[in-house]
Design a protein around this ligand. Structure first.
Ligand code: ING
Length: 308
């Protein structure tokens, strides 16, 4: 048994006017609750420090950059790093990263129990669009404000296992999990901010969004025999609803914990990393079963090309 007690720290809405200090106070309260419940690791959402600002069309780069962190940790999140070290708890959270040489990423970090950053991931699959789109009921300008991640899908040894990260839309793409699966990943942690309605198909509401969330996360876990922790920023931000539905999914693809609210809500579950072994040694023993000589199109072709 190699058990990590994992806390999925779902967060309710963050309003555009909420400062980072107010948000970090909520994150600290969740961390203290996680400690009281014996957590070894706490996972927070994508862009956990601010409202989901890609819903806003901005042209002034200074205003855009105000949503980004220039160093990590910075003053706003140092209390979180200090408390995590006191609690001897590892953590992962998402934030908007502005690098010293001016690159913008939708980033997540992973720390060890002493708040040392052991891993960084930059979101690869950016959904949405780059220019204002009047046909949409709401904007989703991640392609405007972020560059695609340049770090690939790495994994790290942490807490006695092999841990990887993803961000939001990444969870919908099987490549995300498989690249980490090919590095032996035992636990994938990810955050998401998912609008409750499809801006281009308003009959697609929260029920279907929640279904697709479960489908994507359960598939990724099962097909790579790993744990997946998926954590929402939820609720209504300045009138724009986001789904909750945070999940802890086991290597058989079964949901072991699921959020019930759209607010700050902690899920805690014991995740035995040895539970990944059976799948990795039988049905998903990649070395024995995969036939890579037939998979070439997956990396040589971007878009679909139907036959003549
Ligand atoms: N949000 C959404 C997500 O992938 C989205 C965008 C929703 C894309 C539904 C496709 C369908 O959950 C982010 N931030 O990626």
């Amino acid at each position: 048994m190699r058990v990590i007690n994992v806390a999925a720290a779902q967060m309710g809405p963050i309003q555009r006017a909420d400062g980072r200090e107010v948000v970090v106070k909520r994150m600290l309260a969740l961390m203290d609750e996680a400690k009281a419940k014996g957590a070894d690791l706490i996972v927070y959402p994508e862009l956990a420090l601010t409202t989901f600002f890609p819903r806003w069309y901005m042209e002034d780069q200074a205003e855009v950059d105000s949503w980004f962190e220039r160093e990590m940790p910075d003053a706003a999140v140092r209390p979180l790093f200090d408390r995590a070290r006191q609690h001897q708890m590892a953590m992962s959270f998402g934030y908007a990263e502005l690098t010293p040489d001016g690159h913008h990423y939708n980033t997540a970090i992973l720390t060890d129990r002493n708040s040392n950053i052991v891993g960084k991931y930059r979101k690869v699959h950016l959904p949405g669009h780059e220019e204002y789109d009047p046909t949409r009921s709401h904007q989703h300008l991640e392609k405007r404000y972020f560059e695609p991640g340049d770090l690939g899908f790495p994994v790290w040894r942490n807490l006695g296992g092999i841990v990887g990260m993803a961000v939001c839309n990444d969870r919908r793409w099987p490549e995300t999990y498989r690249v980490m699966g090919l590095q032996g990943v035992e636990m994938v942690v990810l955050g998401y901010n998912t609008p409750s309605v499809n801006s281009q198909k308003n009959v697609e509401g929260p029920e279907q969004r929640l279904f697709h969330n479960r489908l994507s996360v359960q598939s990724g876990a099962y097909q790579n025999s790993c744990w997946v922790i998926a954590v929402a920023k939820a609720g209504v931000e300045d009138g724009h609803p986001l789904i909750g539905g945070s999940l802890i999914v086991n290597p058989d693809g079964e949901i072991v914990a699921e959020a019930k609210t759209e607010g700050d809500e902690l899920l805690v579950a014991p995740c035995d990393l040895d539970a990944t072994r059976f799948g990795k040694e039988t049905i998903f023993d990649f070395a024995r079963h995969r036939r890579i000589e037939h998979y070439g199109l997956i990396t040589s072709r971007t878009g679909a090309i139907p036959p003549e």
